[in-house]
Design a protein. Structure first.
Ligand code: AHR
Length: 324
């Protein structure tokens, strides 16, 4: 399956890139005639600190030194753009395609097109509802368990007194948002927690801030607990909470998911109260899978990378060496 990265491909690739806006990552990609594996990576966008760390991990793992030419596309959180990027990778005749699917549904047709073209697809991060036969492997996180862990913390924190909770959901229709909602819902079911409201902030800081402002206008100081599906939305919510004259971490207890540096800093500062980890360093695993699939080796259909969970004391201890 490996291809020589020759001038013709580079020219064809450049033409396709001009049409699609996809850009080769890391140099000319000519590779001096070496046998590089060309990989098209369809990233969701750049919505969060987690996403930045995931992109960096992928770009490092799919470097020329490691034998790859990476064609990178970030779809600005728009599924049509992500599907168009995958179609462009197919037209360019890449050796393999990696997708971090924005939403769970809507992948069947383009995955079938890749399969018909003989190009293996590896999924990373989020899952899809399409048949497993249409992709080679998936590596990512147990989002449902992340939500459950956040919910278990919330139940314990609420205790007998109870809590009035609002939820900032991730991107609508993403497996990360759907599964975290399921796990969290299961954990708080029958508890003393009263869910006042739940809306999407699209995994962004801006989204988290705007939605939290709306919650505070509607419910005021009735709110005493927040679950944000990621750190960035929680960080955005901090601005809204402070602007409303409330103290984050005290008046409103906050649990988030990701554990990126800014989130861990907020936890160390006592503005967040608990963070469930979502590990973004998936690049090396995905690169290994791509090589194995192209070499015809058997690979597991799915692989889960383990996550931790952190208190304020953990954050203070871990922050100085936190890599992302
Ligand atoms: O799919 C993983 C989620 O996507 C992360 O939790 C969030 O920060 C990102 O945008």
């Amino acid at each position: 399956m490996k291809k020589k990265v020759l001038g013709g491909l580079a020219i064809a690739g450049a033409f396709a890139l001009a049409l699609t806006g996809c850009a080769p990552s890391g140099g000319s990609g000519a590779g001096g005639g070496d046998e590089l594996i060309t990989v098209g990576f369809a990233q969701t966008g750049s919505e969060s600190g987690w996403r930045a760390a995931n992109t960096e991990s992928m770009q490092e793992a799919f470097s020329e030194e490691n034998g790859f030419e990476l064609i990178f596309n970030a779809a600005d959180n728009k599924q049509e753009a992500q599907i168009a990027a995958v179609r462009s990778f197919i037209n360019q005749g890449v050796d393999a395609i990696v997708i971090a699917p924005i939403t769970v549904d809507g992948w069947d047709d383009v995955l079938k097109e890749a399969q018909d073209a003989g190009i293996p697809v590896i999924l990373e991060d989020r899952t899809v509802s399409a048949s497993e036969d249409l992709y080679a492997s998936w590596v990512g996180l147990d989002f449902e368990q992340e939500g459950r862990t956040a919910g278990e913390w919330a139940v314990e924190e609420a205790g007998d007194a109870g809590a009035n909770l609002v939820i900032l959901e991730g991107t609508t229709g993403s497996s990360a948002a759907l599964d975290r909602a399921t796990g969290f819902g299961e954990a708080i079911d029958g508890s003393s927690i009263n869910v006042l409201d739940s809306q999407t902030g699209d995994f962004t800081r801006d989204g988290g801030k705007k939605v939290m402002e709306g919650f505070l206008q509607k419910y005021g100081s009735e709110i005493n607990m927040l679950f944000a599906h990621n750190d960035d939305m929680g960080l955005g919510a901090l601005d809204a909470i402070k602007a409303a004259g409330l103290v984050p971490g005290q008046d409103i207890k906050i649990v988030t998911i990701d554990a990126v540096k800014d989130g861990m800093q907020a936890l160390a500062d006592g503005e967040f109260n608990f963070i469930v980890e979502c590990n973004p360093i998936l690049g090396p695993k995905v690169a290994e899978l791509v090589k194995k699939v192209l070499d015809g080796e058997e690979v597991p259909k799915s692989e889960i990378v383990p996550d931790g969970a952190f208190t304020q004391e953990d954050a203070i201890e871990l922050l100085p060496t936190r890599p992302y």
